[in-house]
Design a protein around this ligand. Structure first.
Ligand SMILES: [Zn+2]
Length: 131
């Protein structure tokens, strides 16, 4: 390998240059380039607002799933938001896992909402019949 400070030929396992004394930093390519290294900074993390909203809505939907229509409506909104969040996930660096969680939560909220609204309707019907 070659010292990237002075160009001295060195043993491959050298830690410090025997010529200039600088610490050897291992580079992917062993060639010494004069060009300034491109420091590609990672894109600033953008929060996926849809996923965030979907997460909030799915939890609210779960909490309110026992209220006929309201819980189902909120869960539907959460489902729509999490799908939008998943579709747009490439535009964001965060939120894929959260989007899946929100999707699951909103589906659970929907199913629970439907089951509970059916149960409540049956209970009301039974109550109306005098049981
Ligand atoms: Zn050197």
């Amino acid at each position: 390998m070659i010292c990237n400070h002075c160009g001295q030929e060195l043993q491959d396992d050298s830690v410090f240059c025997t010529n200039c004394g600088n610490k050897i930093t291992v580079q992917p390519t062993q060639e010494v380039s004069c060009e300034p290294q491109q420091t590609t900074q990672p894109a600033p993390a953008k929060r996926n607002v849809f996923v965030k909203l979907a997460f909030i809505f799915s939890i609210i939907g779960l909490c309110l799933c026992w209220i006929p229509y309201l819980g189902v409506t909120i869960s539907e909104a959460a489902l729509a938001l999490s799908i939008v969040g998943l579709v747009l996930k490439k535009k964001f660096t965060l939120g894929t896992e959260k989007a899946k969680t929100a999707l699951t939560l909103s589906i659970v909220g929907l199913v629970l909402g439907f089951i509970l609204s059916v149960v409540i309707e049956v209970v009301i019907e039974l109550a109306a019949q005098g049981y």
